[in-house]
Design a protein around this ligand. Structure first.
Ligand SMILES: CC(C)(COP(=O)(O)OP(=O)(O)OC[C@H]1O[C@@H](n2cnc3c(N)ncnc32)[C@H](O)[C@@H]1OP(=O)(O)O)[C@@H](O)C(=O)NCCC(=O)NCCS
Length: 157
């Protein structure tokens, strides 16, 4: 796979959904991220982007707006064969730019990948400093009783 091709990023479409599911749920089975259902991708398709190498989807990421000044990066995953080529950083910076264009000041990631997000310009914040709306979907999460994810923020402005 050529790196330049792999860095092509576009809006996700219906024909990408099965590949997106496969990439995310493989990591979810390893406990590295939350699982996704097909319906959850379909219902939120407009908020997802994919990295592709020709017809092959090699990475996925979504942006979920939480409030007027806060959006969260969700379901970021790069296929095993494309890891370490800069694809993840490219997707994150694409979503950061989307936030800037939308006038959203802060981008949130809840993650185990602290070093990766630091390389993307994020820094760690205490979870208690995040507004309550950042947690509204956590009610459906199996990790809720003792969430061990790290909260990280990027300021767009
Ligand atoms: C974490 C993940 C998204 C990184 O994507 P990637 O395309 O492999 O990362 P990139 O090649 O864009 O790396 C960008 C930088 O981060 C570093 N990096 C990437 N993954 C890293 C890791 N696990 N630990 C430390 N540094 C890491 C790279 O070395 C690179 O550094 P550089 O800019 O100095 O060269 C990818 O490994 C993945 O899908 N992991 C499994 C799912 C997951 O954990 N998703 C995150 C949910 S929030």
């Amino acid at each position: 796979m050529g790196v330049a091709n792999a860095l092509a990023v576009r809006q996700a479409t219906m024909k990408d959904v099965d590949a997106m599911l496969e990439i995310v749920n493989e990591y979810a089975q390893q406990g590295l991220m939350l699982p996704r259902t097909k319906l959850s991708f379909l219902e939120n398709l407009q908020s997802f982007i994919v990295a592709h190498d020709g017809d092959s989807v090699v990475g996925v990421a979504g942006l979920h707006i939480l409030w007027e000044d806060l959006a969260e990066i969700r379901s970021l995953a790069i296929s095993e064969k494309a890891k370490g080529l800069g694809v993840g950083k490219h997707l994150v910076l694409h979503l950061v730019e989307q936030c800037r264009l939308l006038g959203i000041k802060r981008v949130l990631a809840l993650t185990y990948q602290q070093v990766f997000f630091e390389k993307c310009g994020f820094w760690v914040v205490a979870k208690e400093t995040l507004p309550q709306k950042a947690w509204k979907d956590c009610i459906n999460c199996s990790k809720l009783p003792m969430c061990d994810e790290i909260a990280m923020i990027f300021e767009t402005a």
